[in-house]
Design a binder for this molecule. Sequence first.
Ligand code: SAH
Ligand code: F3S
Length: 484
Amino acid sequence: MPTVYIKTYGCQMNERDSEAVAAQLVGRGYSLVDEEQGADVVLLNTCSVRDLAEQKALGKMQAMVGHSRKHRTGQVFGYLGCMAQSRGQSLAEGVDGVQLVLGTQKFHRAADHVEDLLTGRQKVVVDTDAEEGSQSKLAEHLSTAAAPGRRQVSAFVSIMQGCNQHCTFCIVPFTRGRERSRTIPEIVEECRRLVDHGVREITLLGQIVTSFGRREYAVVDGRSPFVQLIEAVHEIDGLERIRFTSPHPKGYGSDLIEAYGRLPKLVESAHLPLQSGADRVLREMHRGYTRARFEEIVAGLRAVQPGIGITTDIIVGFPGETEADFEETLSLCRSIEFDNAFVFKYSPRRDTPAASMAGALPEPLIEERHRRLLDVINEVGKRRYDAMVGRIVPILVEGISRRNATRYEGRTRCNKIVVFTGAPRHVGQVIPVRVERVGTFTLYADPSVIGVDEVEGSAGNGDEVAAEAGLKVVEMTAVRELNR
Ligand code: SAH
Ligand code: F3S
């Protein structure tokens, strides 16, 4: 039986695409392995958002192909995803030994192509065309591992592909194409199936999820198609939490803000990509909002859910960014107090308008601003995390901790990771824990203080678990309040 190794670079959309490819191959009898050495098929699912991500994948592939040649392993190597889409044929020519180059609208063809290559029916396959309806062709998920502590509690569901926003720095509209949405019934059906298999939390995924269904669905009673989708998913019995990523700030109308107060499964967490705090730069980036509008959105969210966790993406060193522009970003980060932020050094991308703008900044200056902004993000983030110490918060337990294999981890509704001493039976449950101390963007907690160790049996919703643990449901509601 052939074995497959898949390595994923980049965003959650890529993780989800890799999972769907893996599920396809497993469905045909392939088995997944954790190491490339010895695997019959080796696939890199790539990211093009920054040059660094591309260089990493190219370097990795070169090393693997070199090793394979030397030892005559006869492995099949392939590039999938964004870099395959943007570089195409040249990848198969560049590192010969690469037989498969599969674009972002062709993931559903992965198993067919791999089979053709393994059996020698084809020598090289480059498949990067656009394909109508590709957004609906990837509903397979890996069935959850049966081992205790490994059960899948949280799942990604892709709701759309592509992005039409064309931010001037961004390659995504080129690698992922125009916006194409799935239908609400097919998304709900996929979510329902996952919940039937024990999933408790679903993250709706897309490059610009707030634009979901804009062409396919009408606004109803002031509610955008995206809010209608959240409402439909919210109906699923047994589903505990709904998240989504990535939204665009321009999609945070009053209907979405209001949904955070109305829909209990929609968790108090928002990833709101800011990119810059200076109006001049935002305009050059073609972001479609101002600093004041961004502040208004955050204020609106906090009015509805005071404890909401807000994270962001910021780019430093966009062409022409002055010290004054950068200081506006610093001051906005200080005043908003993000819970966390991904800070990126601007990287010129082929075909994007920003790549040919005047005013490119020297690397050392970009480095310096990157460091200064990280310092501010760490400082305000730490304040937000420190404020959680001593609180009792409900967490959804995901499994064994990725940081410490002797402990378990879960997430608060506001998306903070909590590491605690747990047991296999906690996995998939919502349990209240008391936050004891803070690590780097991680909380450490002790569940025993409120008798959760006595909780037995399979997953229930938070209230049932609390009731089992001898807590009154009213107290559990108070616990929910505390987390806000
Ligand atoms: N909506 C998408 C955006 C993908 S890119 C999503 O978040 O899934 C993710 C982040 O990478 C962007 O928000 C931006 O902050 C950063 N980024 C995009 N293009 C970049 C570039 N050319 N240089 C540096 N950072 C970039
Ligand atoms: Fe990229 Fe802007 Fe779309 S960051 S993914 S073009 S919203």
